[in-house]
Ligand binder design. Structure first.
Ligand SMILES: Nc1ncnc2c1ncn2[C@@H]1O[C@H](COP(=O)(O)OP(=O)(O)O)[C@@H](O)[C@H]1O
Ligand SMILES: [Mg+2]
Length: 308
């Protein structure tokens, strides 16, 4: 690190992850200044950068780690991402970047980019029209298949619905005006019970993986999924690394399942992942690995950053 050893750690909630990152930074002689997005603002009358970050009045941070962005209105989320965009425009390393977060949090854009990168991902449709969504549902379920309906900006397995040929399509208000439909893959067919993989990719390398075993088809830890360390087998790892690269994440938790033919398929790439469950079943210190990758990015840029 060069001219100052203070970095911004964005987290509206000073949770276990933020503390782990803070400790990992301290181990490398770097101070984490915790910032809540709600305390940050823009002020283009200011003589410095136009960005107001508490604790960085005279000098901008050497880098910024994005740990958590709280839910908010469209305007609030846009403003929070703008703060990350502005830091990037000022030449500051932001990990994960606003661009990576935008591409991954929006499940439709992520599916588009994954498919366009030629990566295996389930068939997925996004549309506003309920007529179109109904036609897709009817067609795709005509032979007994099922579709998963997901909130476009959903997380932690919340709000997912399994639809079959007899399911009524929810009204547009129930899906915030956008239908995100995905081919359902039954992971119990091999006799293993409900399961999928979470692979953690940092700096282009898969550093850890786990199988999540669910009580039902939704395997998220928050929905009762049980974590089990998994080997970093090549098919799984290659796909996870390619997915993280396609979406531009510095670090990511990649969700992958295996289809009936035994092929791995990417469900999503989490650019603001939690890793407490995974950390509980593996040896490698994920916070330290994230921090070390982040600091290496700062060192690689080495610009002189002086506010003003
Ligand atoms: N197409 C699918 N087929 C089978 N299971 C799925 C599918 N999509 C999601 N799931 C299950 O639901 C969980 C949550 O879905 P995911 O797309 O990762 O959204 P979230 O952002 O809520 O975690 C997955 O980890 C998996 O267990
Ligand atoms: Mg997920």
């Amino acid at each position: 690190m060069q001219e100052n050893n203070r970095v911004a750690l964005f987290s509206d909630d000073p949770d276990w992850h933020a503390r782990r990152l803070t400790d990992a930074l301290a181990r490398r002689g770097v101070e984490a200044v915790w910032l809540s997005f709600t305390d940050c603002s823009f002020d283009n009358s200011s003589p410095t950068s136009g960005l107001v970050l508490p604790g960085f009045e005279t000098e901008l941070p050497s880098g910024a780690l994005t740990r958590l962005i709280d839910p908010g209105t469209l305007e609030q989320i846009t403003t929070r991402l703008d703060i990350l965009h502005a830091l990037d425009a000022l030449g500051i390393v932001v990990s994960n970047s606003a661009r990576a977060i935008e591409r991954t949090v929006d499940k439709s854009m992520a599916s588009f980019l994954l498919a366009n990168a030629g990566l295996a991902t389930p068939l997925t449709w996004t549309c506003e029209s309920p007529q179109k969504a109904r036609a897709i549902l009817q067609h795709q379920t005509r032979n007994g298949g099922k579709l998963v309906l997901k909130p476009l900006f959903g997380a932690q397995g919340k709000g997912l619905r399994l639809l079959d040929a007899s399911s009524p399509l929810p009204d547009p208000e129930e899906v915030d005006g956008v239908y995100y439909l995905q081919q359902f893959i039954d992971t119990t067919t091999g006799g293993e019970g409900w399961h999928d993989w979470r692979v953690f990719v940092i700096g282009g390398k898969a550093v850890a993986a786990m199988i999540r075993r669910g009580k039902g088809w939704i395997t998220n830890v928050l929905q009762g999924g049980v974590c089990e360390a998994a080997p970093l087998e090549s098919g799984l790892v290659d796909l996870a690394v390619a997915a993280a690269r396609a979406l531009g994440t510095d670090y990511a938790g990649v969700d992958i399942l295996r289809d009936h033919e035994g092929r791995f398929q990417i469900l999503e790439v989490n650019s603001v992942p939690a890793w407490k469950g995974l950390q509980g079943v593996i040896e490698v210190d994920l916070a330290q690995a994230i921090v070390d990758d982040f600091l290496s990015r700062i060192d690689a840029t080495s610009p002189v950053r002086i506010a003003g």
